[in-house]
Design a protein around this ligand. Sequence first.
Ligand code: PLP
Length: 398
Amino acid sequence: MIGRIYLDNAATTGTDTEVLNEMLPYFMESFGNPSSIYSFSRDNRIALERSRGQVARAINAEPAEIYFTGGGTESDNWALKGAAFARRGSRGHIITTMIEHHAILHSAEFLAGMGYDVTYLPVDEEGRIDLKELEGAFREDTFLVSVMFANNEIGTIQPVSEIGRLCKKRNVLFHTDAVQAVGHIPIDVKAMHIDMLSLSAHKFHGPKGVGALFIRRGVKIENFIHGGGQEKGRRASTENVPGIVGLGKALEISIQRIGTESARQSMLRDRLIKGILETIPYARLNGPGEDGRLPNNVNFSFIGVEGETLILDLDEAGISASTGSACSSGSLDPSHVLLAIGLDHAHSHGSLRMTLGTCTSENDIDYVLDTLPAIISRRREMSPLWEDFLRNEKKVTI
Ligand code: PLP
C-alpha cells in the first residue's frame, strides 16, 4: 500500500496550503469586525471585497451580485425559499429534478408543505433531463426552475445554457446548484442565463462552512437571515472573514488551473473506468461516458456486492471512497439518484463512487485497479445474490 488514497473529493477536499496561508492572518492579526468603522477593521473590509471580486470573476458575475453564506446547503435554501417568499402570499409552481441534492429536495418538500406546487423532472439513464419535458412542465404560475449544474453522485452535467434560455424566454427564474461544478468546469452566468447559483468552498480546496449565492441584479428574492446590515442586510451575521478569504483564494487558484486539472483528471478518470470495465465482470458504469461527465467522477455498481461492505474493504486497503447507498447515513434507502436513472435496488445498493482531486496520481489509479477486482470477487463469492444472479444469467444465455 502506498499511503492513504483519498478518492472522495466530491464529499469534501483538503484546504490548499496557499489558501490556508491566506486565511491565517485573519484569525489573530487582522481580526477586527468588518462592520466597525475604525482603521483596524479596514483590512477586513478590503479582504471581504477582494474575495467577492474573486468569486464574481470566476463565474463572470458582478461583485455586487455575490452574497456570502454558510455553505452550499444554505445557498440552496435561500434560493428556493427566498424566491418563494418574495411572492408574498401568492403560492405558485417550482420545477426541479428528481436527482437534486437533499438541500434542494428537502427545501422543495418544505415549500410543498406550505402550499407551493413542485414538479420533479425525471432524467434519462445517464442522468440528464429532457428539455422537451422541461418545456412541457412550465405553467402560468411557474416562478422558479432549479436544476443542478452537475450531479454529485454520478457526475452528469446538465444542459445548463439551454435550460437558462428556456427560462429566460418565459421570464421564469433559473437557479442552479453548482456546488460540484464551480472550480471544476467553466461557468459563465451571463452567457448561460443563470439568475442564481450556489457554490461551496470546501468542494474546491477551500475551507468548510462557507459558500456563496450569486443573485443576478434585479432578481427579487426575500432576505434570508434577519439581523444586522451584513451582506446588504440580506444575510445578516458577522462575516466569517477567514473563511471568505479562503473561499476567494481557493476559487482563484482553481480557475487558474481549471484547464490543466480537468484534462489531467479526465484522463485518470477514463483510465480508471476502462480498467474497471476490463477487469471486473458485470461492472455497470453509472452516469454518462466521457462526454457530459464531471472530470473527477467515477461511479459503478457491482451486482452481488453491498456498497457499505465495499467501502469498508477499500478502507482497509487504504482507499477512501463512498457509496451511493445511504446506509452510511443511518438509512437503508438506496440512492434516489441511482433509482432515478433506472437502477434496480440490487444495483443501487452495490454502488461505488470514486471522485478524483488535485492530489490524485496515476499511481493511485493503478493501485485501485490492482486492489478492487480481488475485493469484488471475494465479496461476490460470499453473496447469495451473486449466485442467484449467475444462475439467472445462465438461464437467459442457454
Ligand atoms: N449541493 C450539492 C450538489 C452537493 O454536492 C453538496 C454537498 O455535498 C451540497 C449542495 C451541500 O453543500 P455544503 O456541504 O457546503 O452545505
